[in-house]
Write a protein that binds this ligand. Structure first.
Ligand code: ADP
Length: 555
């Protein structure tokens, strides 16, 4: 039929006929695909011909159509004779357009060689291979391609089953990433482990050196030294301990050490030792240890705790220093002080007597200048006598012989007379007594006055611009507190800790006042003998408040 000779109506009719034919053809294809027909009759120039779809067993056709894999058959030229919907979806083409195309247009260049190789092998044997499939809009899908030949009536075809490996590849990729990360982490862990091993090795070596160092040091110092655990158990004693005690070297460290403490010192030693273990405070005390030859020697014991970062005690390190010789020297010195002050006392007393005789002798006939000299000499003699008395007291305290009578004392009266006395001696100072209460105590009036005078003397000695001194006695519960407050140079906390020690004098470069550091030591001893307590509250430059507390007598 020639188109140009057709009328418009004929053209319309022809068009309608072709449309119906196309529809029929589409239905036929669907029917074949769904397995609804097994054979078709095709009319051509040679008359009617029957095509039976021998390979198209319905079950398999449905199965292939529903498969998750792409299925394709190729002829020798690589033209797609058949494919399922899944394959069309993989290459993103409408199904009807794929049949008749050459398969290799869906193979990207990188996979061409592999594809040719697999296809070539596939025509000979069943084979498999991995390659990429690409749609015409360059969407790439990794696939496993399995080839097998099919003998059809029309000749042999090559069947390809294509499994989409996208998820598998992604999983493999993720696995690889994870594996790489794992390997990296393992490497890092190994490196760390190696570093750690090195550090441990170094530390162990350091530790060995420092342990040997410690042992060498500990065994070569003249002191006894030990370490003990937080519970008090001994775990090390140096060689000196064994040499001193005569115990076998290396045998049970310091076990039963209490047995060599002098019986008179044992109670105090154990009390101090247990108190330190409990509180964690430094252990310090003097006691006597028995030597291998059964003689006792004085030792100064000191132990300090070693703590970890959290403050927990790991162990204690202690030393005992032999102070027998120092003690002997001190005793000798005290003995000398005692004898010397005693010897000085007699000529001093007679000097004082003679001075009194001179000043009383024909009083009115004495020239004024001589009177003046006598007064000055009497003043110096008084000072000298106080000094000698203090020295005598110190040696008595040391020998444990500071004894005196105790009676009931009206402390109010005692304070008043001390203040009066001091006001007479120090006319430049304003000494104020603010006592209003009556208070009786049990004690020695002379010794308590000595303490009062010592405190007032110090307030005068360590004065600044403000010349007031306030003295007060007041009842606090079942105690009476006597205080002497001044506005002088004051004391630092470090000085406060030591001022009651024998011969201690706080150093102040800007301030020089005479003294031997005995007054507060003697005062503290006297107050202790009265079952009392002496103390001070002070700050540098802000004056000082010295006080003592003594138990009241119930009346
Ligand atoms: P001293 O003979 O040195 O005065 P003390 O035993 O009486 O001996 O006093 C000991 C030390 O305490 C003194 O050297 C001084 O440094 C300090 N001290 C005592 N009283 C006072 C005070 N009121 N103000 C400041 N410092 C004082």
């Amino acid at each position: 039929m020639e188109a140009d000779k057709l009328t418009y109506d004929q053209l319309l009719a022809e068009n309608e006929r072709l449309r119906i034919k196309l529809e029929e053809a589409g239905d036929t294809i669907d029917a074949i695909r769904n397995g609804e027909v097994d054979a078709i009759v095709v009319k051509n120039d040679g008359g009617h011909q029957l095509y039976t779809l021998k390979t198209a067993d319905q079950t398999y056709r449905v199965f292939i159509e529903k498969m998750n894999e792409g299925a394709v058959t190729l002829n020798r030229e690589g033209i797609i004779l058949y494919c399922n919907t899944r394959f069309a979806a993989m290459v993103n083409e409408p199904l009807e357009k794929v049949i008749g195309l050459k398969f290799d247009i869906f193979v990207p260049e990188v996979s061409c060689d592999k594809f040719n190789e697999v296809i070539k092998d596939g025509w000979e044997n069943d084979c498999k291979g991995e390659l990429l499939l690409s749609s015409r809009d360059f969407n790439v899908t990794p696939c496993l391609i399995s080839c097998t030949t099919l003998d059809l009536d029309e000749g042999t075809a090559l069947s390809l089953i294509l499994t989409d490996l996208t998820i598998q590849k992604q999983a493999e990729w993720e696995l690889k990433v994870k594996n790489d990360q794992l390997e990296e982490a393992q490497d890092a862990a190994e490196r760390l482990n190696n570093q750690l091993e090195d550090t441990v090795r170094e530390r162990t070596a350091d530790l060995l050196v420092s342990r040997e160092h410690f042992k060498l040091l500990a065994n070569n110092i003249p002191q006894i030294t030990w370490t003990n655990l937080p519970n008090g158990e001994f775990d090390f004693c140096n060689r000196r301990w064994f040499d001193y005690t005569g115990h076998l070297y290396g045998k049970a460290a310091a076990g039963g050490w209490q047995q060599i403490v002098h019986p008179d010192d044992l109670q105090k030693t154990m009390d101090t030792y247990h108190a330190s273990l409990k509180s964690g405070d430094v252990y310090e005390l003097e006691n006597r240890f028995r030597r291998w030859d059964n003689t006792y020697r004085w030792h100064l014991n000191r132990a300090v705790p070693l703590r970890d970062d959290s403050g927990e005690i790991i162990f204690w390190v202690g030393t005992a220093t032999d102070i027998e010789e120092q003690k002997k020297q001190l005793d000798l010195k005290d003995e000398f002080i005692g004898v010397a002050s005693h010897e000085l006392k007699t000529p001093l007393t007679s000097l004082k007597g003679y001075l009194q005789l001179i000043s009383a002798y024909k009083k009115e006939e004495l020239p004024a200048v001589v009177k003046q000299y006598v007064e000055k000499a009497a003043g110096s003699l008084n000072k000298l006598q106080r000094l000698v008395n203090d020295l005598l007291d110190v040696s008595k305290i040391h020998a444990g012989r500071l004894e005196y009578m105790m009676t009931e004392v009206n402390l109010g009266n005692l304070v008043a007379s001390s203040v009066e006395n001091a006001a007479h001696i120090y006319p430049d100072f304003e000494i104020i007594n603010t006592t209003t209460e009556e208070a009786y105590i049990y004690g020695n009036a002379g010794r308590l006055e000595q303490v009062m005078m010592n405190l007032i003397n110090n307030s005068v000695k360590y004065t600044a611009d403000d010349k007031r001194i306030i003295v007060h006695a007041g009842v606090i519960g079942d105690l009476v507190r006597v205080s002497v407050t001044d506005f002088g140079i004051g004391l630092s906390p470090g000085q406060i800790d030591r001022i009651f020690e024998r011969f201690y004098r706080a150093e102040d470069k800007k301030f020089t006042a005479g003294g031997l550091g005995m007054g507060l030591y003697i005062s503290a001893e006297i107050i202790a003998n009265h079952q009392g307590k002496i103390g001070v509250e002070s700050e540098p430059g802000k004056g000082a408040m010295f006080y003592f507390d003594i138990p009241l007598v119930k009346r």
